[in-house]
Design a protein. Sequence first.
Length: 579
Amino acid sequence: MTEQRVQRRLAAILAADVVGYSALMQRAEEATYAEFERLKCEVIEPGLARHGGRLIKTTGDGALAEFASPSAAVQCAVEIQEGIASGRSSLNLRIGINLGEVIVGADGDLFGDGINIAVRLEGGADPGGILISEKVYSEIEGKLDVGFEDRGEQQFKNISKPVRAYAVRADRVGALREELSAVPRLPDKPSIAVLPFQNMSGDPDQEYFADGMVEEIITELSRFKNLFVISRNSSFTYKGTAVDIKKVGSELGVRYVLEGSVRKSGQRLRITGQLIDAKTGTHLWADKFEGQLLDAFDLQDKIAVSVVGAIAPRLLDAEIERAKRKPPESWDAYDYYLRGLALYAQHTAEASEEALPLFRRAIQLNPEFGLAHMRVASCLFWRPQHGGLPLTNDERAEVLQLNDRALALEPKNAFVLSWAALFITYLAGDIKRGSEYADRALAINPNLSSAWNVRGWISLSIAEVAEVERGLEAFNRAIRLNPFDDWTVFISMRGRVCALWGLGRDEEAVEETKKLLARAPNDLYAWLFRWIIEGDPTIRVQFPKLRSSDLKRIFVEPTRNFMHRARLEEAIDRLGLPE
């Protein structure tokens, strides 16, 4: 019987391993696994192929490869670390490289001290670094554009003799690591990270519920193109750890952080959430949501929508307050925009006139600022509704020009599309096209309360009962999404009055006028419909200088539903006001 000879060969061995892999898997198992698989496919395997490396095997958190040349192995290692750094991965690798004899197994696997030393070197490397043996160093010194740091003799476990080691100093990798370790610059729009919610119930099953809800919140927030939202993979690296909110904000480059908890009590779930300014640690908003455990996934969706509807406006409010504190000499386009919004939010003709030059200045500083174009247009559009002068023909043309420019700059922004729907319907007179834009806005972001208000008003303009019912539901949806925003609720309530009246539900319409007047005792909409439905002449007393032409300009001219238009005009004529 012939004894099989052991096959040996000289090889450069590269060993790579993910730093802190076990802890990362505990925090976010799926995300960590997926990220390492991505690195293998996009960085490690292509790098091996370019430098003639052979992948011996992979483990859950590492890889082992063979090279015929130590120079090729080091070049490949530098390229891998550079690729990971420039790709801004959440993972870090350690890499060790050794040159030595290896035993070749029957299946092509390799064994021996040549392998073991490479693995030990990998364990001693810096995170994101490369550690090589003296044998590798002696072969590549002066041949590659890299520097070295002598780490002296290292005594490794199960290796009989000390191994002299050198850390590879690749300038490009070092520069990239230094750049990435710096505090990220805050984006020029509201930025937020949603942290994993804590499971306070002691029931492991609720962990999945909480994680799923956070994912839903992140997804729904991402629909707001005016927000910068950190991805799930990055947010979930903080899972299971005690966090310093200010540090999280600094590390992720965001101004706001949303955190929360889940608690089970019997068959009920309670979810709490709080929005925090990561710069100051100030709590900006907090709320709780409850529901039956039996409807867990439905509850998850409802809570996600409620949280998003509540915090998206809060983020903008917080940004406006921040902009107010900045000195004028440091204002940029976005600051002018925010200061214009602070005035615009007062919803008066005078405030809109003050906001106009601020929005125009934002456009001057940044001609590609689509939202600023739309805000100039909306200031002009709303002026008559706020009691200001009617639009001239030139101003109507300017609104439509600004609208076209904003659409060209932001064709997939739900906010821009919803305003375009209004302008196209009421200024261009194209209800069909305006309705299509409203639907497109809601398809992109079904959580945008202002888009639901637009959908409601456009539906009221279509002479079909089903559309008026659709409009009523749209106003209800807007209120559910943004119940704490006075203007959203106010405009929706006005819409509800019109819709209920249009559907012949006069008693409900009158009740809605009472709610409106409780908010705003001088609301023209409420008093006009009190006259139309009940013959209440109080409108004459409340507005002694009112003219018939004013009412027709505000109520009749924008109405595209010819049946409602005729009824409104007849009721205004009955008031007997001067023309």
